[in-house]
Every structure is written in C-alpha cells, then in structure tokens.
Write a protein that binds this ligand. Structure first.
Ligand code: GAF
Length: 380
C-alpha cells in the first residue's frame, strides 16, 4: 500500500472506533549503512529513513483516559493518565514510555485516543519501536502544543525505550526517524550529536534487505550485556588515562596494553567498536568518492566483526552473508541493527537482483527451513 493509503486506512479505523477525526503522524523505520553498535559508545553511525513507517492517529479526550488500539495486533490498551506504568502489552509500552517521559518533565496532558499501524516489519531490525516512540512523541507534542524541539523528542524516545522496553539503546534509530532527508544518509557523531547529510548515490546498485524472519529472544539481554562490556573496557583504560570517557577516546594500542591482559572477551568487544568507527569514517570517504566497491568490502568486514568479535550475529544472518560473499554482483553485505535476527543489508548490482533473490531464497529455505522475505530500500 502507498503512504497515503495507509494513512487513510489508519484514519478510517480511528473514525470507526472513536467517531472522531484524528491528527495522523507518520514516522519512518531506518537502515544503517555502516557503524553498528557504535552509537552508545559515542561513535559514528550512517543511517537513513526508509519508506516504511509507523502511523499514529490521535485525538484528545475530555477525561483522563488513554485508549490505544494496535492495528497490527488487533489489540486494545486502556489506562489512566494518573497511573502510567509498564504494561504486559509490550506494543503499548513504547507509547506509555513517551507519556512517562512527558510526565517526568512536568507536562500537563489530557486523555487521548490512539490508533497505531503501519508497514515497518516488526523484529526485522528496521526500528519499528523507535518509529512508534518518535511518532507518539511528535503526535503528543503537536496535539498538546508542548513546543518541544525535535532533538529533545529524540532524547525522550531513547529514554522511553530504556525505561519502558528495558533496552539501553543508543540514539541512532530515533535520530534517523526524526532527522532523515531524502536521498542522503546521516553521518551522525553520537558524542556531539553534530550531523552531516551525505548523498547516497549508487548508479546501478540497489540496497536489498533480506529478512531472516527470525528474532532470537536473547536480543535485548545480550544488547545490554554488550553495552556493559564496552563500559568495562573503558574503565580498564581510564585507570591509566583519566581523560578517556568512552570507546571513542580509545585506540587499539590502549586496548592491547590495558584490556587484552585483563579480559579477552572484553578486549574483543572493544576492538570491534574501535575498528568499526575507523571503518565508518573511511566508508564515508568511499561514498563521497563514489567508490561503492570499497564501501561494500568494509560492510563485509563489519559483518565479520559483529559475528566473531562482538558476537551478536546468529546462524541465519551468517548464512545469508556467507551465501552472497563470493558473488561478484554483491558489493557488500552485513547484518544490520542490534543483531540476533532481523535483516541483512546488501549492496547489489541491479541486473543480478532477481537471480540473487531466487537463489538465496531457495538455499535459505533448504538450509534453515524458513522463508526469507526481502525489501528494497527506498528513501522515506
Ligand atoms: C539497535 C539500537 F536501538 C541502536 O541504538 C543501535 O545500537 C543498534 O541496535 C546497533 O547499532 O538498533
């Protein structure tokens, strides 16, 4: 379905349920070209918003009730403004988390009705959760004239995910959803939050997303563990260099000297992050020079690091990357997002796409006993 058709169907659903005309807000999912697990280490990322989005239809109520309907799950949540807390309905928590952030900041709201829907596949690593949080934050900001700027909405969305979804995510997904621009990726410095739009021009090459259609349950707990392991690595180095605040300030030499002798696993985790930041900066230069083959090679290296050093891949993701690795029509491929399932991102020569999809789908089905699905990345 096209954007305006989805928007209309969500608005129609809203009118059927609540008999009112809503404000409809659309917030996109994202891809990330390179720079994975670097955001919470104050490094760099290179995301872009895609043409798949979450839609929030919303209107005010006269009481203090909150009524939420998820079109995806055909499920209802009801609560009160005076008792906003984590719910067992995990989809509702992304909305409640934003409400909680607004209340912490002292914003006075009235009750409201919401219908939520959209076409960002859930669990595919395309940030459907960040898109829900950003759409909700934007919608409540508009509805109640709160005058919160976009960067603060992004920060609130990140904190909502920490407190109501329990995952200590970085800022990349929300930032991409809120700040992306057509035909460009965002080179975001996650320390200063300075950013630059880098044009994504790839003649004859398409971005193909292959969805493993699996999401392993350890994704959230392992994500938080990786974050702690990185912090531990920083602590080891900081005891020798007090000015070090995050892995952004750390060099491979420091890791060799102060982390390797202490803990081999932490050393591997930190080394991946330090190398990934170097790869991203070089990858941006490749992009600016139009050297997509060089960028693609770095993506393969990133996958290798995520799989072997950072250990956030899984057999399904590894299968998809291994499968295209020696195909000359695939310039680069890697797992994308937090890991343990979701999509791989592939840079593929246009003329070979149909064959690749057919071939990978068949092999995946016989090896993994699952179907893959695929999408092309189109800009928001
Ligand atoms: C998830 C998180 F939400 C992001 O903040 C980022 O850390 C990513 O995993 C890994 O790069 O999408």
């Amino acid at each position: 379905m096209k954007k305006n058709e989805i928007s209309k169907s969500i608005a129609d659903k809203f009118k059927n349920i609540y008999d009112a005309r809503p404000l409809v807000i659309r917030s996109p999912g994202r891809v990330n070209i390179i720079g994975e697990h670097t955001d919470y280490n104050e490094g760099y990322v290179l995301p872009a918003a895609i043409d798949k989005a979450i839609y929030i239809a919303i209107s005010k109520r006269d009481d203090e009730l909150i009524r939420l309907f998820s079109a995806e799950f055909n499920d209802v949540f009801e609560g009160k403004l005076s008792t906003v807390e984590k719910s067992e309905k995990y989809w509702a928590n992304y909305i409640l988390g934003i409400l909680n952030q607004l209340q912490i900041r002292g914003h006075e709201l009235q009750g409201f009705n919401i219908v939520m829907g959209g076409d960002v596949p859930i669990g595919a690593g395309l940030s459907s959760s960040a898109a829900i949080e950003c759409a909700t934050a934007f919608a409540l900001n508009e509805l109640f004239h709160l005058n919160i700027d976009k960067l603060n909405l992004v920060k609130m969305a990140q904190l909502a995910e920490h407190s109501f979804a329990g995952v200590k995510v970085g800022i990349m997904d929300m930032f991409a959803s809120m700040f992306s621009k057509k035909d460009s990726v965002i080179k975001l410095d996650c320390r200063s939050l300075d950013f630059e739009y880098v044009p994504l021009k790839m003649e004859g090459i398409k971005i193909l997303l292959l969805n493993t259609n699996v999401k392993h349950s350890l994704a959230s707990s392992e994500y938080n563990t990786r974050r702690q392991q990185c912090e531990k690595g920083v602590e080891y180095v900081k005891s020798h260099f007090s000015e070090v605040e995050s892995l952004r300030d750390v060099t491979i030499e420091m890791l060799d000297q102060f982390v390797a002798p202490k803990d081999e696993i932490i050393y591997r985790r930190c080394k991946y992050v330090v190398e990934e930041n170097i790869r991203l900066l070089a990858g941006c230069d490749d992009l600016k020079k139009g050297d997509i083959a060089a960028l693609g090679r770095k993506m393969f290296q990133t996958h290798n690091g995520l799989s072997k050093q950072y250990e956030v891949s899984c057999k399904e993701l590894d299968f998809l990357v291994d499968h295209v690795k020696n195909n000359p029509a695939v310039l680069g491929a890697r797992m994308m997002g937090g890991g343990f399932g979701g999509c791989t991102i592939n840079l593929v020569k246009e003329e070979a796409i149909n064959n690749i999809i057919k071939e990978v789908s068949e092999s995946y089905k016989s090896a993994i006993l699952f179907d893959i699905s695929f999408f092309f990345m189109y800009f928001y």
